[in-house]
Structure formats: C-alpha cells, structure tokens
Ligand binder design. Structure first.
Ligand code: ATP
Ligand code: MG
Length: 266
C-alpha cells in the first residue's frame, strides 16, 4: 500500500493512462494543444485548471466521447485507436465515470440507474442484479431505502453518491470524476472526499479527478496536474504546484480562498 504523501517514485510505477501529444479543437478553436499526461496505477490524480480550459474536454477525449485531431491515448496499456469494437467494449467495462453534468437518468430509480451498466455488459438474473445494485448503494454510504427513490427525491449529495454507485457498477479499475464535490457544502464535500479515498484504498482504484476544490487537492490527491493554454502547466505532489511561479497557479494556491483551505487542512 502506498503512503499517500510518499508514493513510490513515479519511475517505478505502472502508467495506467498515457496521453501523448493530444490535440482537440472545435471549429476554429483549439482547446488542447499537444498535451502529455501520465496517470499511475493506484493514485488519485487531481486535475485542475481555470474554467473553460478543457478539463472536461480532456476527460471526454480519454473516454472517446470527443474526437482528437492528433496524439495518442493508451489506457491499461492499449492504444485506444487500435481496438476492435469488442476490445473497446471490454475496456469500457474497466472504467467508471461520474460526469460533471447529467449524473443520473431522471426517470429511473437509484437502483435502476445503478443497474444500467450491469444490464448493458453483464448477463445476470434479476435477483443477482438487485443484490449487486444494493451492494453498490451501500458501498457509497446510501441507506437501502434510497434504492427505490427517483433522483428528484434526493439531495445533491445523495445524487453524487448514487452516480458514484453507478460508476462503480462494473467494479472498474479506473474511476473518472468530473467535479465530484461541486455544489456540495464543505462538510458534504469533505465526506465525499473521504468516501473516494476509502474506496480508492479498499478497491485499489486509480482515480482521475477534475476538481476546483482545494480541500480535495490537499486531503485526497496523491498528485496534481494543472491545465493551462492547452497543456500541462505543472504536475506532481502538491508541494510542486505550491512552489510553481506560474501566475495562475500562484493565485490559485496562494490567493485568499487557498489560505482558508490550507488552514482548514492543517
Ligand atoms: N462539444 C463542444 N463543442 C464546442 N465547444 C466545446 C465543446 N465542448 C467543450 N467546448 C469548449 O471547450 C472549452 C473547454 O471546455 P471544458 O468543458 O473542457 O472546460 P472545463 O475546463 O471543464 O471548465 P469548467 O471548470 O467550467 O468545467 C470551452 O470553451 C467549451 O466551450
Ligand atoms: Mg468541466
């Protein structure tokens, strides 16, 4: 087990997501301009950057949901451009995603939402589907009676947890989280961070987490990568980012809100 604040030297660690020279744009605009990034097995990588810089775009590009103009993406050692349809499907089973928007299907109950990926990829009896969904619902700290509720009957924090249960439905190796704590109060956000850290440890997950939440960066992330002008501005343990003299990083980590977060995590 890795000590969160003293992970093994990156050189010794398995790269589970390898992004090289990736370019993504829409029309005339280029969002990602030859970006390189490694994510190591078993780490929680925090991905930061100003709004609109392309954090969600990179996440969606890795997932194959937006086309790239150049570059390569390898996940679990496989180049995503070289997969057959069935290999692609096998790979998709090995990651779970909590999207920034549209976390759940509004017409389905929590349990039905969690069962969507199970029905798509697994051939199981209704009884087993129910048991597995209840297990995931419990795993994310929801009470069993949440299972039969609709998303409209849940609080924001419960919706995040239910969406997390769905992301974990197929026991993935990798979890993608896009702003998982946005919209939660600080206590709810802290609890959600703790849940992510616990799940990461107990399930051995690799977590790619887009976040604006400084508390999350201080408390749960092993490494942080910062996006700016279509590239990675800095990456490493938080100390490395704190020491950066890039203007955006300086104001982000040393501005007023940053000091409050640092005091809170000390
Ligand atoms: N499908 C699309 N078509 C056209 N432009 C897009 C599309 N998706 C994203 N963009 C643009 O790409 C840029 C980056 O968007 P993205 O959602 O990745 O930002 P972000 O870093 O996640 O920001 P935030 O922190 O606000 O979530 C934005 O200017 C956005 O308008
Ligand atoms: Mg985003």
């Amino acid at each position: 087990m890795l000590d969160r604040h003293h992970p093994a030297s990156p050189k010794d660690r398995e790269v589970i997501i390898r992004v090289r020279g990736i370019e993504v744009g829409f029309g005339e605009r280029t969002i990602l301009k030859g970006l390189d990034l490694d994510v190591y097995r078993g780490e929680i990588l925090g991905f930061v950057g100003a709004s609109g810089q392309g954090k969600s775009v990179l996440t969606r590009a890795i997932l194959g949901l937006v086309p790239k103009r150049a570059g390569t993406i390898e996940v679990l050692g496989r180049n995503l451009d070289e997969l057959s349809l069935s290999e692609r499907r096998d790979l998709e089973r090995r990651w779970g995603v909590l999207f920034q928007q549209g976390a759940l299907f509004s017409a389905l109950t929590v349990k039905q939402n969690v069962q969507v990926p199970m029905r798509e990829y697994l051939d199981l009896s209704e009884k087993l589907l129910d048991e597995m969904a209840m297990l995931k619902i419990e795993m994310v700290g929801l009470k069993p009676d949440a299972a039969d509720k609709l998303p409209s009957e849940l609080s924001g924090g419960m919706i995040k947890r239910a969406a997390l249960a769905r992301a974990l439905a197929l026991d993935p190796d990798i979890l993608f989280l896009d702003e998982p704590t946005s919209g939660l109060d600080p206590i709810g956000a802290g609890e959600f961070d703790e849940l992510i850290a616990t799940l990461q440890r107990t399930l051995g997950l690799t977590v790619f987490m887009v976040t604006h939440d400084l508390d999350s960066l201080y408390t749960v992330c092993d490494r942080i990568a910062a996006l700016g002008d279509g590239k990675i501005l800095a990456e490493g343990p938080i100390e490395v980012l704190l020491a950066s003299d890039h203007p955006w990083l300086r104001s982000y980590f040393h501005g007023k809100r940053a000091r409050a977060a640092m005091a809170g995590s000390a």
